[in-house]
Design a protein around this ligand. Structure first.
Ligand SMILES: [Fe+2]
Length: 559
């Protein structure tokens, strides 16, 4: 049975394909259309499918449109109708437009697949799709599940219980109780785009959370086991602006200087989020007394909160997928339909993030040739790359299947030396052009991780760069380039099993330097992560990257 999962309701459009319960391929549309998040979130575009991602899924699996048995879309318009409240919009016509566009979704799927899908098309509730995206790949046979994002049909947060193949709702916190919307709103107030939550997360480490703590207690009221969001702080534009100005002072506009006050606001937001999520985790443990917790939704990309959830010890096991944000709902929706139809668990082994396209030697060489470059073959790419990194060079490392999710995890990565105090500035000047306050993350050999970082019990999710862990004080002066202002690092554990070639590279770096980690940042420059060899060459040519390895093909800046 072939099930195609689709997310396109808001942003991070993506497609995924299950073949007989096995997750074969998943990809975000942004990697093809080169528009960050695939498309922006508008009320009038949930019918804009990730067509190139869908076509790629079919091609990768060797299927044609006629082979698709079921299509799963990660939003349920009927549930939206049921739970919608008129006070959500300033103008009721917004909801009409949204529902009209959602009404076109079935037709778009029929058109794309060239037949009437009828009962084979399924609307899957958005938070159920998030929950499924975390539970089925987790390997648990039962679990408590927490989903926190901006909004599903109506929910900002949901609590779930999973046993065997069944996921059942436990409790829902509907709009306005949305932590995701608070982050989006504060992003706007501080002069960032609504997608810049990770910038705020980085900025928070520079601030004093106590300064705006009383203000944030009015925006997010946190109880022992619940939370509530002030509707005025995230609601209609005019109410929101005046409410935030009263509580937090005047907004910052994009090009204005970042002041300590802005970092204090970000710090208070981070602390309030930690408290609200921790309260929900406690609540969930009381309602679903399992050892296993699965966590998904855009808020599960917050690596500071994630590590606190891990440390809280409420649940001994924690799984967060590599794509907990909306892209992951393409996978989750497909899993939900699989379980509903087949009444059996999906095939194990679906937690890997390496679900995208890969390119063979012929394709790589063709791209190099058409760029007019002279390739060099490396007999030992891992050792050559490690030597260059140890020499202070920026190395682009392109190999195997592209990652699904927002982090590059060693297949579309830029690598550099963590020992160099200047490396953050060099990376920013030569390639990344990011704000100075944003940290760079390390990828560490799993077998040495505990000697350098306070990782705790290793989990699969540690391989997805989802936890901000403390750096061991005695190691701090060895790896200044990956330590954030608060003494933490967003660590990726690399095992031989999960990524043998990347593991080999870091092993070579360790043999040479005695440091078992490298800086790993996504291979891009203010654009989606590179997908194809041509994308890689374009970014390599227009930036200050010193060398590009695509499998054993090496290009250097001299080529
Ligand atoms: Fe979502």
């Amino acid at each position: 049975m072939n099930i195609l999962g689709i997310n396109s309701v808001y942003h991070d459009s993506a497609a995924a394909l299950l073949v007989d319960g096995r997750l074969v391929v998943a990809i975000e549309e942004e990697r093809f259309n080169r528009i960050k998040h695939g498309k922006s979130s508008h009320i009038d575009n949930p019918h804009q499918f990730p067509e190139r991602a869908i076509r790629f899924c079919l091609k990768y699996a060797g299927l044609s449109a006629g082979d698709i048995d079921h299509v799963a879309y990660s939003f349920d318009p009927q549930l939206r109708r049921k739970r919608y409240r008129p006070e959500w919009w300033f103008d009721p016509r917004f909801e009409e437009v949204f529902l009209l566009r959602l009404g076109q979704v079935r037709g778009v799927a029929d058109e794309l697949l060239g037949r009437q899908l009828g009962q084979r098309f399924h609307f899957v509730p958005h938070h159920l799709a998030h929950a499924a995206s975390a539970y089925y790949p987790s390997g648990f046979d039962h679990a408590a599940i927490l989903v926190i994002d901006g909004i599903g049909e109506a929910a900002g947060s949901t609590l779930w219980k999973a046993v065997g193949t069944k996921i059942q709702p436990v409790e829902t916190f509907d709009y306005p109780h949305s932590l995701g919307f608070v982050w989006e709103t504060i992003c706007g107030h501080l002069g960032f785009s609504t997608y810049d939550a990770s910038k705020l997360m980085g900025l928070a480490a520079y601030g004093n959370p106590e300064v705006f703590r009383p203000a944030f207690q009015q925006i997010i009221h946190v109880g022992k086991q619940d939370y509530a969001v002030d509707p005025e702080a995230i609601g209609f534009q005019s109410a929101k602006v005046s409410r935030l100005e009263t509580l937090l002072g005047p907004p910052r506009y994009m090009e204005m200087e970042l002041l300590p006050r802005h970092a204090d606001i970000a710090a208070a937001l981070q602390v309030s989020t930690n408290e609200a999520v921790t309260a929900l985790v406690r609540r969930l443990k009381r309602k679903v007394p399992s050892d296993n917790l699965c966590f998904a939704g855009g808020v599960a990309l917050n690596c500071v909160t994630n590590d606190l959830v891990r440390q809280s010890g409420e649940f001994s096991e924690l799984f967060i997928p590599s794509a907990p944000h909306d892209a992951g709902t393409a996978i989750g929706a497909a899993f939900a339909v699989h379980c509903a139809k087949q009444k059996r668990s999906p095939e194990p082994g679906s937690s890997t993030p390496y679900l995208g396209p890969k390119f063979n030697r012929r394709e790589i060489l063709a791209a190099v040739k058409s760029a007019g470059l002279r390739p060099r073959r490396s007999k030992s790419p891992a050792r050559d790359a490690a030597d260059m990194i140890a020499d202070g060079k920026i190395v682009a490392w392109f190999q195997g299947r592209m990652e699904f999710g927002p982090r590059a995890l060693g297949n579309r990565s830029l690598l550099a030396d963590p020992r160099s105090p200047d490396m953050r500035n060099i990376l920013n000047r030569m390639v990344k052009h990011r704000e100075d306050f944003r940290p760079f993350a390390p990828s560490v050999l799993a077998e040495y991780a505990d000697e350098w970082f306070e990782v705790g019990a290793h989990s699969t999710s540690h391989e997805f760069m989802l936890f901000a862990c403390g750096v061991r004080p005695e190691r701090r002066d060895r790896i200044p380039a990956v330590i954030h202002q608060d003494g933490t690092a967003r660590v990726q554990l690399v095992s031989r099993k999960s990524n043998p070639r990347f593991h080999e590279l870091i092993s070579c770096f360790y043999a040479k330097t005695g440091v078992p980690l490298v800086i790993n940042t996504s291979f891009n420059d203010s654009e989606p992560i590179v997908c194809t060899p041509t994308d890689a060459i374009v970014t390599f040519r227009k930036s200050g990257i010193d060398a590009l390895f695509m499998d054993d093909i090496c290009l250097t800046a001299r080529n």
